[in-house]
Design a protein around this ligand. Structure first.
Ligand SMILES: Nc1ncnc2c1ncn2[C@@H]1O[C@H](COP(=O)(O)OP(=O)(O)OP(=O)(O)O)[C@@H](O)[C@H]1O
Length: 310
């Protein structure tokens, strides 16, 4: 546990009756980082989030949010912690502006028309300010969720699948807003099943499976523990040839294009094997087609660690 952590879980366990949903997790989310909590269905993410948000008592272990116990200090945390849930039940008869104003009052903030306008502009809802919530599109409602989560002077934001159902432009806008807040010092705990988004945005990730954290670190750190992959096509006459010095395992198949063979090399020394493959191809005057060389992606890592396709 690092004292400067914004969120700390130590040995957190949680039960539903006799079923242990969270089985002893340790987490430390640092100030100003975007930390992504990923996991298989039923891994225990929601249970963990509910505990961090003060809605559930830890079965055992302890949690601290901004140094406070989230159950005992819910009031103090309410103005500092924003939550964007997948389903937020806003009153359909209130307008967008009324909804945000109401949340400002709930967070004991004074009325501030300028701050309200700024926030609605930020989430691209300024021209929908007087529209009733019940008339918003699904994507607009998600952006209202974000606005409400950001109402006030939040130091920490919980984001649960914030871009589900958003079109590419709204998705991009959401991430621009989150990035801007991160630059201004906010800490974000993201849960998402969109691994490409987590890969692009997260400073660090944790992968949960069956109540445990099974991997944690930066994507680069996790990728370094997994083999990389080289893929290319080779002239058919070289199918099955030995490539000298290769440390990885070559796998040959007949190519889909006539006169070619497909080669995949799974390797833990990507750079060296790429160099050996290139030298071998040059020595045989062979052109390598559709050459791809890549470290494991977060999707590969997730799949290998959990055994579940993402
Ligand atoms: N109220 C409940 N009563 C009994 N079991 C529950 C309850 N809520 C959750 N569980 C179980 O606890 C486990 C963890 O659930 P949780 O919702 O925390 O997982 P999750 O990681 O958020 O899953 P998902 O990605 O599917 O939303 C699951 O096996 C789930 O069935």
């Amino acid at each position: 546990m690092t004292p400067e952590s914004v969120i700390t879980c130590t040995g957190l366990r949680s039960w539903y009756g006799r079923f242990e949903a969270v089985r002893g997790i340790d987490l430390a989310v640092r100030p100003g980082e975007l930390f992504a909590l990923l996991g298989t269905n039923g891994a225990g993410k929601t249970t963990t989030l509910e505990t961090l948000q003060g809605h559930r008592r830890p079965g055992s272990g302890s949690v601290r949010v901004l140094g406070l116990d989230p159950r005992r200090h819910r009031r103090q945390l309410a103005s500092k912690v924003g939550v964007v849930l997948q389903e937020s039940g806003f009153a359909p008869d209130l307008t967008v502006a009324e909804t945000v104003r109401m949340w400002r009052r709930l967070r004991r903030l004074r009325d501030d028309p300028r701050a309200l306008d700024e926030l609605l502009r930020e989430v691209m809802l300024i021209d929908r300010a007087d529209i009733r919530v019940g008339q918003l599109s699904g994507g607009e409602r998600r952006r209202l969720d974000l606005a409400v989560g950001l109402t006030g002077d939040q130091r920490l934001l919980f984001l649960d699948e914030p871009t589900t159902g958003l079109d590419p432009q709204s998705r991009q806008r959401t991430w621009d807003v989150v990035r801007d807040r991160l630059r201004r010092g906010m800490t974000v705990l993201l849960t998402t099943h969109y691994l490409e988004e987590a890969e692009a945005l997260a400073d660090r990730v944790a992968i949960m499976d069956a109540g445990r954290i099974v991997a944690t670190g930066t994507v680069e750190e996790l990728a370094a523990q997994q083999p990389a992959r080289i893929h290319c096509t080779v002239p058919a006459g070289l199918h099955g040839a030995t490539i000298p010095g290769l440390s990885g395992e070559p796998a040959w198949t007949s190519g889909t294009a006539a006169g070619s063979a497909d080669l995949t090399i799974v390797t833990s020394d990507l750079q060296a094997d790429l160099a050996r493959l290139s030298a071998w191809a040059a020595a045989h005057d062979a052109k390598l087609g559709r050459l791809q060389a890549a470290e494991a992606s977060l999707t590969d890592i997730f799949q290998r660690i959990t055994g579940v396709p993402s």
